[in-house]
Design a protein around this ligand. Structure first.
Ligand SMILES: Cc1cc2nc3c(=O)[nH]c(=O)nc-3n(C[C@H](O)[C@H](O)[C@H](O)COP(=O)(O)O)c2cc1C
Length: 219
């Protein structure tokens, strides 16, 4: 397996101790807070680093970030996130998605007031509302928009931004209020908001691998 210290692209911490666990190793070493590696991913310094498959570091480094500096998200990054969302797979390649990219501070504050867990939106530089046209894909718009959302979350991490998925659909009241505020048409569902900003916290990269959830050849 092509494993490597997830931090080795940054300022290299030398592991001083490694113990072998069934699925990955845990090492204890030094590091530098919030260093950025060559792929743009940021890793927070803690004393424990997990030994993970380095090829998947973009996925392990994507964590929900709920604290932002308040700095605006550049137009180039907004475009990159939209491209990431639209690169997602979709059933029959119908691409039912629409994205409402909110950057105006007053509108971000309004959304923060509507979403029950969305207070961080007032310091985010961007709120991406991920919507799906039910007429284009009545059966699969939720799955298609979920794939687009995950792409946006991973892309945000790769760009050195922080992001978090804020659920809307199928919470009917929440979805209705957000749609109303954003002027989303009746036939379009609003799956979620993605808060995006320059991070003011750095949750650790991690794998959640659990052998008990793995079934080989049959359950
Ligand atoms: C469908 C869905 C809805 C979520 N809604 C919220 C939310 O409303 N507020 C929030 O802070 N996080 C929300 N999250 C983020 C989860 O809390 C988070 O992904 C989970 O705790 C795992 O942490 P991680 O993203 O850092 O791996 C949501 C995630 C998903 C997939």
């Amino acid at each position: 397996m092509n494993t490597e210290w997830v931090t080795t692209y940054g300022l290299v911490p030398t592991p001083v101790f490694t113990c072998v666990c069934p699925w990955f190793s845990i090492g204890i070493g030094g590091g530098t807070s919030g260093v950025s590696d060559m792929s743009g991913l940021r890793h927070h310094n803690r004393w424990i680093y997990c030994y993970m498959d380095q090829r998947l570091s973009a996925l392990f480094s994507r964590r929900s970030v709920r604290k932002y500096t308040g700095k605006p998200v550049s137009e180039a990054d907004v475009k990159a996130l939209l491209e990431a969302g639209m690169a997602a797979p979709s059933a029959s390649n119908r691409k039912p998605w629409h994205f409402v990219a909110v950057t105006e501070p007053a509108r971000l504050a309004q959304l923060a007031a509507i979403h029950p867990h969305g207070k961080m939106l007032s310091s985010a530089g961007l709120c991406m509302a991920v919507c799906g046209d039910r007429d284009i894909s009545p059966d699969f718009w939720v799955q298609d928009c979920s794939a687009a959302t995950e792409n946006i979350l991973v892309a945000a991490a790769m760009l050195g931004l922080g992001a978090v998925w804020l659920g809307a659909h199928p919470r009917a009241e929440r979805e209705r209020d957000l749609k109303q505020r954003l002027g989303v048409p009746e036939n379009v569902g609003l799956l979620c908001l993605v808060a995006v900003g320059h991070p003011d916290e750095y949750p650790d990269a991690r794998t959640q691998y659990d052998e008990q959830r793995v079934h080989r050849n049959r359950w």
